[in-house]
Ligand binder design. Structure first.
Ligand code: SF4
Ligand code: SF4
Length: 380
C-alpha cells in the first residue's frame, strides 16, 4: 500500500514508542501498578506492557474497573444491527463472521418479520444496520429495507461491493438509492495488490467498478443524501493509522486514479476472533497481538463503545451485545436471549454488557467500532 503503507508504518512506530516507555508485566491484572495519571479532567490508570508471550492480556473487566469505567452498562439502544446470515460471495482472510459462498445459515422470513415487529415497537431505535455475510444475498433483505424505511428508520447496508456483480443483483444499486440506504463498503486499500491479497483475486477491480456505478447514481457526492462510507482495516497485526489522515490519502488517491468520491472513511481494528484469530494462532502471533491491543487500551474510547447503544441479532433471532460477541456466542448481558423474548428494544437502558478479551480490540489506540474510530486521541 503506497501512502497507506506509510501511514501504517507511522502507526507502528507510534505503537513501539509507547510500548517502550511502559513497564514490563509479569503478573495478571490484579498485580497492576496502581499509579495514576491525568488525561484532561479525568484520572486514568495506565496499563503495564505485556511482552511476555505466556500472558496475552489482563481481563477487560478488570481494566475497566481499574479506570473507574466498568462494568459496562447500556445507554439508549439507537441501533439494531441485524446479521441476516453467513453466506457471502467472498471468503476474506480476516472475516470475523467466517462467511463464504458455502455457508448456509440464512435468516428466514419468519425471523425477518419478527425483526420488523420488534422494530415497530421500538421507537428509540433510529438505525437498522444490515450485515452478514453479504446481506443482499438473503431473500428477505429487500423486505427488511423497505419495511424499515416505511417505519421511518435510517438503514445501513454493509456491502462488500462485489455483490453487485452476482446473479439477480443487477438492480441492487438502484434499489438502494431509491430507498436512500446508506452504504458502508469495505475497501482496505486503494491499490489492487493489497485488496486482492486480503479479499481475493479480482475483488479490487470489481470494487472500483461498483464505486463508480454508485457515484453515477449520486452516492458519495458532496451534499448528496446518498451516503457512501468506506471501511479500512489493516492487512496484518498493526493498529489502524489515524482515521482522519488516512481519509485524506484515500480521498486524494481514489479521486486521482479512478475519479471516485465518498463521504467518510472508517478505520477498523482487526478483531482477534474467528478467522483472524486462527491466522494469529497459526502464525504464532496471537499473544503478541493481544498484548498490542491491551497495551494500547484508551479509556477515552469506552463511553463511545458501540455495545452501549446497539443490539446485535443473529440470523436465527438470537440477541447479543455486538456482532463480535455474536460470533463468539457470548449471550446478551441484558437478559432476553432472542427476538421472541423481547417486545421492544426501548427498555434495555442500564442493563449489563458482557465483555471478554476480544473487547481490547475496540479500545486500543483510537478505538474501533462499526462506525470507525472512537476517539481523536490514542491513534499513532
Ligand atoms: S466480504 Fe465481508 S462478510 Fe464476506 S467474507 Fe469478506 S469480510 Fe466476510
Ligand atoms: S467487542 Fe463488543 S462488547 Fe466488547 S467492547 Fe467491543 S462492542 Fe463492546
Amino acid at each position: 500500500m503506497e501512502e497507506a503503507t506509510d501511514s501504517k508504518s507511522n502507526a507502528e512506530e507510534g505503537v513501539n514508542r509507547q510500548s517502550a516507555s511502559a513497564a514490563h508485566l509479569n503478573e495478571p491484572s490484579s498485580e497492576f501498578s496502581p499509579a495514576v495519571h491525568k488525561r484532561g479532567a479525568r484520572q486514568y490508570t495506565p496499563l503495564p506492557v505485556l511482552n511476555d508471550s505466556s500472558i496475552f492480556a489482563p481481563h477487560f473487566e478488570d481494566v475497566l474497573l481499574l479506570n473507574g469505567l466498568g462494568p459496562l452498562r447500556r445507554t439508549r439502544t439507537v441501533t439494531f444491527q441485524v446479521n441476516v446470515g453467513k453466506r457471502c460471495n467472498q471468503a476474506c482472510h480476516h472475516c470475523h463472521v467466517e462467511a463464504g459462498p458455502k455457508r448456509t445459515e440464512m435468516m428466514s422470513r419468519r425471523v425477518a418479520e419478527r425483526v420488523l415487529a420488534v422494530l415497530d415497537k421500538s421507537p428509540v431505535v433510529q438505525t437498522v444496520d444490515l450485515t452478514g455475510g453479504a446481506p443482499e444475498l438473503n431473500p428477505n433483505f429487500r423486505l427488511l429495507v423497505t419495511e424499515s424505511r416505511r417505519l421511518g428508520r435510517h438503514v445501513i447496508d454493509r456491502c462488500n461491493l462485489t455483490v453487485f456483480f452476482e446473479p439477480g443483483m443487477e438492480d441492487l444499486d438502484q434499489f438502494l438509492a431509491e430507498h436512500q440506504v446508506e452504504i458502508v463498503a469495505s475497501l482496505p486499500c486503494y491499490t489492487a495488490a493489497n485488496v486482492d491479497k486480503q479479499r481475493g483475486l479480482g475483488v479490487f477491480e470489481k470494487s472500483i467498478e461498483a464505486l463508480q456505478r454508485l457515484n453515477r447514481l449520486g452516492y458519495g457526492l458532496a451534499g448528496s443524501p446518498l451516503i457512501l462510507n468506506l471501511v479500512y482495516n489493516p492487512l496484518g497485526t498493526s493498529l489502524p493509522p489515524p482515521q482522519q489522515r488516512l481519509e485524506i490519502d484515500y480521498r486524494r488517491e481514489l479521486h486521482r486514479r479512478y475519479s471516485i468520491e465518498f463521504h467518510n472513511l472508517y478505520t477498523l481494528t482487526n478483531m482477534p476472533i474467528r478467522r483472524f484469530a486462527a491466522y494469529l494462532e497459526q502464525s504464532g502471533k496471537y499473544s503478541e497481538y493481544m498484548g498490542l491491543l491491551a497495551n494500547h487500551f484508551n479509556p477515552e474510547t469506552v463511553p463511545q463503545l458501540m455495545c452501549l447503544s446497539l443490539v446485535s441479532m443473529g440470523w436465527n433471532g438470537k440477541l447479543y451485545d455486538c456482532d463480535f460477541n455474536q460470533m463468539l456466542e457470548i449471550e446478551l448481558g441484558a437478559g432476553p436471549q432472542n427476538v421472541w423474548e423481547i417486545d421492544s428494544l426501548s427498555d434495555l437502558s442500564g442493563k449489563h454488557v458482557n465483555t471478554a478479551h476480544h473487547c481490547f480490540g475496540c479500545t486500543a489506540g483510537a478505538g474501533s467500532s462499526c462506525g470507525g474510530a472512537l476517539s481523536s486521541t490514542g491513534a499513532s
